[in-house]
Design a protein around this ligand. Structure first.
Ligand code: MSP
Length: 510
């Protein structure tokens, strides 16, 4: 029986066009989802849009559109982006869907039943842009305006009747949980921030609003709408048919293996979400991974700074695999990282065109010219031949571990190193000279390098699926054998009768 694996991206606010930060979160999750599939897991990969709350309502008003129509249009842009990014998501959820309403109402009623929600009045700071409440000591003055020290965004004073969630009573239980599950919050540096914050003691959290209406009404009190984060976080469950806990979707996939999020929304995922779930007596996800920011000239990419790289334009100009590869290579997953077109171009030329692309092209051209486009028989392999393929095979378990620690960056570095070593091996072996002097030895070299290209391409599938699949197509590797289990000691290449044609994989860019 296949093991199950559930992975999610944040659900995005459809308040503007998708940008590189959104693309980044989604690509990370996709790489992991694709890897777990080739590792043999039954994967469910979810993404979607977060459509309620004041931020969206105001944005729609600004655009003079009905809120639902505004959401429909922008949510579609995020759905389109999943195709443009070549995401392998199994579902796309919108918080305005009926399936989601049912699930949020159910959680709300559970929290009422457990005595975790009470009615009072909220008085304090609120950031519409973050959809977050801030304490007095988290506020500062910036050019005459009140802003949050945490995110830098503007805050406004709010006073209104509100339901509260008894978050204060969960502080100790959360701390105990973080201790018992040391890898619940990753990376560790982020975990420490969260623990420190909870150790200060948590205040009860306002979980409903009365001053606007764009949200899910509180059951039995329609004056209130449910706080957008309680609404949004529940998407991870609604997509699994919750509250139908007998459904296969729920039974197979909950608790989630990992929620991929940006570090800016860690508080919601690592504090509020587990507290809501504990109170509702629902098992907790296994991991929250807070990745860093994509920066441009050391600043977070944002509309207001105007330093945004449009992912759609970059993909048009350079290609989707090129962007996927670059983002994973350039930014170490837990940290912030600068990206620029200059570095993207260097990366395409060095790693893709000159390294992996060149390896495949020159080897395939050689086989066509010197072996009638067929893979020679496996002869006795020399020490050097074996050394090349063995290194990669021996590293397999380590590579799995790297992905399980979400160390995508080092995973990719290793894989591209195999490609570099393979180019060197091919040069050093000089199969073109062996053709005359020792054809059997040439056969061994060709056999070895083709096996290595096959294995490297399998390992690259999660990152550059289009290009790696093209190579595996050329090698006639059947779709069901594009799996990690095929990287093995006695792997055979018999299925490769004849190589297909291949056009240039990666064009060099100027
Ligand atoms: N709607 C909430 C998430 C709810 S999840 C239950 C939200 N949406 S968002 O559209 O503002 O951001 C979604 C994700 O994009 C966040 O994880 C955020 O970190 C990521 N990024 C937005 N800008 C980013 C960068 N410049 N760099 C990397 N990721 C950043 O928050």
């Amino acid at each position: 029986m296949k093991k199950n694996f559930y992975i999610t991206t944040p659900i995005y606010y459809p308040s503007g066009k998708p940008h590189m930060g959104h693309a980044y979160s989604s690509i990370i999750a996709d790489v992991i989802a694709r890897f777990k599939r080739i590792e043999g897991y039954n994967v469910h990969f979810l993404t979607g849009t977060d459509e309620h709350g004041l931020k969206i309502q105001r944005e729609a008003e600004k655009n003079k559109k009905k809120t639902q129509i505004f959401c429909d249009e922008l949510s579609q842009k995020f759905r389109d982006l999943t195709k443009i990014l070549n995401l392998s998501n199994d579902d796309f959820i919108r918080t305005t869907e009926k399936r989601h309403f049912n699930s949020v109402e159910n959680i709300w009623l559970k929290l009422i039943k457990s005595g975790d929600i009470y009615l009072d009045k909220y008085k304090g700071w609120y950031s519409v842009s973050d959809e977050a409440y801030y304490d007095d000591d988290e506020i500062e003055n910036t050019n005459g305006a009140k802003t949050s020290k945490v995110s830098g965004s503007k805050v406004e004073w709010v006073e209104e009747e509100s339901f509260f969630f008894k978050l204060s009573s969960w502080s100790q239980k959360l701390l105990d949980f973080y201790k018992a599950e040391p890898e619940f919050i990753l990376p560790f540096s982020r975990k420490n921030e969260v623990v420190k914050f909870v150790e200060k003691g948590l205040k009860d959290l306002s979980v409903s609003r009365t001053s606007f209406s764009w949200g899910i009404p509180v059951p039995n009190n329609q004056k209130h709408v449910i706080y957008v984060w309680l609404d949004a976080l529940t998407n991870y469950l609604s997509a699994l048919k919750y509250p139908d806990t007998k459904s296969d979707m729920y039974k197979n996939f909950w608790p989630a293996y990992i929620h991929i999020i940006g570090k800016d929304i860690l508080r919601f995922h690592a504090i509020y979400w587990p507290a809501f779930l504990m109170a509702a007596k629902i098992p907790l996800p296994k991991r929250i991974f807070g990745h860093g920011w994509i920066l441009s000239d050391d600043k977070k990419m944002s509309k207001s700074i105007g330093n945004i790289l449009d992912p759609i334009q970059v993909i048009k100009d350079y290609g989707i695999d090129q962007l996927r590869y670059y983002l994973i290579k350039e930014v170490s997953l837990g940290n912030d990282g600068n990206v620029s077109l200059e570095n993207l171009k260097n990366c395409i030329n060095n790693d893709l065109a000159n390294n992996y692309g060149n390896l495949c092209q020159r080897v395939f051209a050689f086989v066509k010219k010197n072996c009638s486009n067929k893979i020679p028989k496996k002869e006795i392999l020399s020490k050097q031949d074996k050394a090349l393929t063995d290194k990669l095979k021996k590293d397999k378990e380590h590579l799995i571990k790297l992905i399980n620690q979400q160390d995508l960056n080092n995973y990719l570095k290793k894989v591209i190193e195999y490609s570099f070593d393979s180019n060197k091996y091919f040069n050093d072996s000089e199969p073109w000279s062996l053709k005359k002097t020792d054809p059997k030895k040439m056969n061994s070299v060709v056999y070895t390098i083709i096996e290595q290209i096959k294995n490297i391409s399998i390992l690259l599938l999660p990152i550059i699926p289009n290009s790696a699949n093209k190579i595996l197509d050329t090698l006639n590797v059947p779709k069901n054998l594009r799996q990690l289990s095929e990287i093995k000691e006695d792997s055979k290449l018999e299925h490769i009768k004849e190589l297909g044609n291949i056009n240039i994989l990666f064009k060099k860019v100027e």
